[in-house]
Structure formats: C-alpha cells, structure tokens
Design a protein around this ligand. Sequence first.
Ligand code: AGP
Length: 610
Amino acid sequence: MCGIVGYIGNKNAVEVGLEGLKRLEYRGYDSAGAAFFDGKKRTVRSFKSVGRVAQLEEKLAKHNSDSELAIFHTRWATHGTPTVKNAHPHTDCTSNIWLVHNGIIENYKDLKARLVARGHTVTSDTDTEILTHLIEEYFDGNLEKAVTKALKRVEGTYGLAIISRDDPHKIVAARNSSPLVIGVGEGEFMVASDASPILPHTNKVVYLNDGEVATITQKGLSLSNLKQETLIRAPEELDWAADEAQKDGFPHFTLKEIHEIPEVIANSLRGRIVMKEGLAKLGGLEGFEGQLRDVSKIIMVAMGTAYNAGLVGEYMFEEYAGITTEVENAAEFRYRKPIIDKGTLVLAISQSGETADTLAALHEAKRKGALTLGIVNTVGSTIARETDAGVYNHAGPEIGVASTKAFNSQLAVFALLTLFLGRQRQMSQVMGKRIAEELLSIPDKIRWILKQDQKIKALAKKYSKFDNFLYMGRKYNFPIAFEGALKLKELSYVHAEGYGAAEMKHGPIALINKDFPSLFIVPTDSVYEKVVSNIEEIKARKGLVIALATQGNRKIVQLADDVIFIPKTLEMLTPLLSVVPLQLFAYHVAVLRGCDVDKPRNLAKSVTVE
Ligand code: AGP
C-alpha cells in the first residue's frame, strides 16, 4: 500500500509532511517523493528518490523550502518498477497538475491510448500518471472541478492528493476504496492514508468515503461527490495513539491484515477477469501465450506458506487445466536432479521475491532451460526480475511476519492462472464463467467469515490451553491443513501437525487422547463423507474435534465438539475461505498465550539466507 500525506496551513508544509511520511514508513515502500507550492517562484517544485524517506529528506534539505502547501508519497510499486521516473508525485504535460495516488487504475491502458492520441506525452510506466493528463484535459482554472470530471472516467481504486500551480492554495483529495483521512486543525489541514501523520497536529478527523472529493484550503474543508453535490460531515475525534492509527485501530498488524483479505482478493482479481468469455487477462503473461499453451508439465518451487499455496494450485491445475503438476520444496529441488524437459514450466511462488532457496531453485531451472514464471507480491524483487514472466499479487506490503493476506492473494492468483491455462485447453466458456463469477463473490464470503471473529476468539479461549493439535483435510483442503497448522505453530508456538485426513490411520491417530484436539476442514464437497468418517474415528477415541464446515450443515454439529462455518463455494475455491478462520484462530490463541504476534520469535519476514 502506498502512503499519502498532504499539508496546508501556517506551519512549514515540507517539514510537517516529511514527519508525517515517516509515520507511514511502516506500510512498506520502495520509493518516495514530494511536491510543494513555492510561493516566491509561484510554481510547484518536486523531488523524488528511490529507497528510504531519508534520501528524499536529503534532497529537500538542499532546497530551503518554506511552503504553506505540500503533498508527499511513499510508493509500493504495482505498475512500473521502483525508479525515480515511476515514483510519485506525477505531473501532466504542462507541469501544472501534481498528484500522488494509492490504488490501481484498471482502465489506465485505454485512457492512456486516448490521451496519447490527443497529444499527451506520458513519461512513466505507471497507471497513476494517466490521471494527471486526464485532469489536464478538464482543467480550466478550477482544480476540484477538473478532478471531479476526470474521475468519472476512471475505473479502479484510488486515494488521491492533488495540487495545481495555476490553482494554488488548495489540496484536492479523492477516494475510491483506498482509505484517506482529513485532519481538521486550527487554520491547518492534512490529508493522509491513515491518521498516524495527523494525530500530532489534531485528533479531529473526517474519513472520506468512496466517490467523495475533498477540497482543502487554509480556510476550511468542503466535501462533494462526483455529481458535484455538496456534502456536510462533522469531524470525529480520535482517541488513538499514533501507533494504533497505523493499525487502523486493530491491536496488531496481523489482525489488521487478516481483515484486509476481502479487499486484497478484490485487488488481486481487479481488471483480470473477462467475464464475457470466462477468461483471465494477465498482463504479466503477455507475449508468452504461445509458450504457455505448449506447457505439458508444471513444477512449482517455494517455501513455507508459499509452498502450501502451491499445493492448492496443484489441485486446481490438474483438475481444471489438465496439466501434470508437481510442487517441490525449493530447498530440495535445488539439490535434487529434477527432470526438466521441453514442455516444462517452472513456477516460483514468493511473497517477498527474495527467498534464497526459491531463488536458487529458479536459477537451477533456468540453467536447465525451463520457461519460468513467478507469482510474487513485491514488485521489482529479485525473483520477479529473474523469471521470464509472472503475475503480481497486488496484496500490498505484508507487515506481520506470519503470512496471511499474501497467502489468500496467492490462492486467488492460482485461480486466475487456472482460468488462463484451462481456457487455453479443454475448459469450456461456461465453466470459465462459472469460476470467474464465483471468484468475484469470494470477498463478500470472506467478509461473512470475518463477522464470526468473536466466535472464533471464544473458541481460541477454549482451546488455548492445549499444547498439541492435529489439523486434517482432504483434496483442496489438504494443503489448508498444513497452512493452518503452520499458522498456529508460528504465531502461538503451539505444536500442530497438518495431515491428509486419510493419513491419520497410518500413525498419527496414536497421538489422540482428550488432551490432543483435532481440527478438521470438512466442507460439503466431493470428499465430505470420507472426512466425516475420519472425525468419527477420532471421536471414538475421546479426541476433541473442531470442525470447519459449510454453512447450514446440521449433521456436523451433532458429531464435532465445536463447529466453525464457512459459506458454500466451488470446491476449488474453498481454500480461499477455509484458511481465514484458521488464521483468526491462530491469531487469537497467540494473543491469549501472550506471544509477540506481529514478530514471532526466531522468524524473519524474508528468509534471504539458506
Ligand atoms: C510466513 O508465515 C511463512 N510461514 C514463511 O514460511 C514464508 O512463507 C516463507 O519464508 C516463504 O517466503 P516468501 O513467500 O517471501 O518466499
């Protein structure tokens, strides 16, 4: 997620904005920039840097800027690699409009073509810059009017802060899906991605809603919608400390990021489904369609949570694309003698894009001449740069060390890749549309699950005293048993093993007693009856059972000691739902056991050593 700060008031805008930007560094970024109105020169000056905010600060320090008005940005790259050219703020052809953006403009390619055809010169690889040229088209001296007209043509998500050389002394802000908060001070106003930069100056805030535009001057704030109707909203008073504001009021980044999952899935899917034909449109694969059509075998290489995501993808590719698929622990792959022949595709999965074992496995695959793809969250990371092509997650930076939202995003990308590869092969348009429609319903189904958070917290309280767990599932939820167990281990330090439910009889059932609970992922799917019989075997041995079942299943309530429900969906998409209660369960057990949830002991966010 990018970070936005804007200031207008009687303090030095550059100093205030810079301090505010430092409070957003936690969000993760790869470049930073600023633009401020220089009253003496009657122009807007802008500075940008790749890397840390401190480097931007150095550039600004050389230009003693005493400005009433400034906007600042930290960029988490989505479209266009991390470079000064792609860093925000962006400007139009006449250097009048200056803009910072958080979000994804879905129809930027279409807008870009139209604007270039009308003579605009685009200088960066970003979707964001297109907005400045679109506003330029409508600008006739009034910034907010031009912004409002331009946004009516925009599809996608945005949080924006915009200033103009020719209509100075104001900041225009606008929101669609990417949060923006306005700070209301005494003769000073701020706009920011969350309240943390604002709280040192005022605790009076106005949260922008989707489709709203704010015009901020030193005299005050006016709100309107895209129909240019005026809106009235009184500020609310926050009693948060600054670090709570970074977590949007959540106690930990991990919980905040679990609650972000619906939006993350929506962002991973945004602009990538062609419903009419039941297709997936993946820009990162352009030019590789032919080679991908000829792929006869897929080998995935990953570690940890990313590996578990690959296991889900394996079921999807085999069932819906008909491609032989293997998932390899990257550290093992690199030391084995993997068979890579002409039709083999090697797919590296990595949130950070820097995992040493996965990178080494990728190098081994390239040495053997394989076509390589990446499913990566961090734009411009090593694995992203070294694969032939790939699909970015668009999950935003993940602060919690234990991976949650990135995993859910990986599953969504696997579903898109399954659509892409399947529709190149035997998958019908009908099936493609069915999968695409169900995929788009997943964010709301996850919102339904998140509403059970307190119920899951109560379950965690009941089971937080146990020191051992078995997690079991079959088929698409076999990997979720592993991921659920991994989450419990790494967040709460409780011993948990993931198993295929059928495996239980081949040894693990010897562990079961009243102090060794089992958690079964048992949605109503093609293997439901099999898992129910596994549950009965555990109950016969006095083992406690938590069942994760499909909403409306009454039978399971008679059988299990506790039940968590998830909405019905296509079997191949149940993992996108079933993992969420397990992430919440692990989080609450960890909190109850007093663990350092966001930074579990001994763990690193990115394992860049072997
Ligand atoms: C963090 O929750 C994971 N448990 C960790 O195993 C991670 O998935 C693994 O280190 C791979 O990281 P990557 O996705 O950045 O490559």
